[in-house]
Design a protein around this ligand. Sequence first.
Ligand code: FE
Ligand code: ZN
Length: 521
Amino acid sequence: MTTKQTAKKLSLKEKYALMTRNLGWDTTYEPMDKVFDQLGLEGIKIHDWDKWEDPFRLTMDAYWKYQAEKERKLYAVLDAFQQNNGHLNISDARYVNTLKLFFTGITPAEYNAHRLFAMLGRQFPGAGAAIACQMQAVDELRHVQTQIHSISQYNKYFNGLHDHSVMNDRLWYLSVPKSFFEDAISSGPFEQIIAISFALEYLLTNLVFMPFMSGAAYNGDMATVTFGFSSQSDEARHMTLGLECIKFVLEQDPGNVAIIQRYLDKWFWRGYKVLGLVSMMLDYMLPKKVMSWKEAWEIYFVQNGGSLFNDLSRYGLRMPKYWEQTVAEAEHLSHQTWNSFYNFSGAAAFHVWLPSDEDMAWLSEKYPDTFDRLYRPRIEHYRKLQAEGKRYYNANLPMLCQTCQVPLIFTETDDPTRTSHRQIEHAGETYHFCSDGCHDVFAGEPDKYVSAWLPAHQILQGNCFEADANPAADGFQPESEVMRYFHVVAGQDNLDYEGSPDEANWHTWKGIARPDDAKAA
Ligand code: FE
Ligand code: ZN
């Protein structure tokens, strides 16, 4: 007699669980805590890795299929962009300077994110978490490649895009994003995933991608828009990983809450400090502006971040420490950051300029409480100096914050005449900070941050010269030797946009060449 078995139809969730659970195993030759040796270091307690939910339920074969489809679309657009000389359709050649900053600051950071997630994929014993991290490691590598391809067209025509990886290691202002990622990658696995997947991707990445990509669209840069959207579609998965991870860890053990709050306070502040570069892109560098930094911070952090923390308050989490200060600082951040680059652009791999009358009208409309009162007079002063042929470039080395590595360029928000400066004595040395937030991060782990590679200090110690440079030689010029070490071509990649080869070329291509352009090109 045969019995007909009617198989119970499985739900998608059950099917996925059967396909993916118990793929890992408990080791027998070596104890599990030696195989996953970083898990115990932070005091985070996980009782049951199977409680991890994969919100996307994405299997590897589906992953490769989706990603391949995205790549096909992206490269079709990039090919069309190159064949049609898409670089000529941007709003103005000044715009390309935002790409120079993005390419030297963010693209190498994506590569570090790839390394970080590959390591995390190895460190988490739960199959769900491990697979999600491995997929993200591949995503990040894809982001690096698509960015290099997208921007390679610009590299044929504009200066400063020729050496992003060396510049990321050596250029002073790029030590800000670089140190952020190196700080993360040298943390414990739970801190790493909170730093990148939650603090950076969930809370702050919209501040980079949304305004920057709509900025690219506004300014006619279809290559960047396309890689931006292609990355952003992975980002949705990454943000969900961040949120799932934080909920999972908080639900596993009540003792985890205090540790996670400490990580959030730290990484919110570290991330916010990197975003200073984004603030000046929005307010000063986009020829056609999308929204002000203050508006972006209000929408993407105060409103969106606020409702997220509202949600998380049931686990006992609160808003990150010093968030109120970031709101007060939104009135000043971009103006003070751009001012510093205007002064130090002799040692930068992109060009600067003073805002036009139209730009200044926009800035006073967006910053009615601060721009006309504090920042317009300074810009007018610079204009006057420039008109008199007295353009001033600062060649000094500024004091850097030991934590975020941003120079001490900001004022107290309630007193525009005082530089914001904090310090700590530790093991017989004095360390300097830009803010209370950075002061507290250092105080939490002083022995980690005393080893920070601070560009200004390294230059003074003579560590920023090429191997063939000889500081003892007659006529040795330390400034130009440091530029050579940065791989910045002086007189070509740096200084003002006005009078640069980039400007002269742009005028020629657009048929608006002027007599003095020939000299610059
Ligand atoms: Fe990425
Ligand atoms: Zn700092």
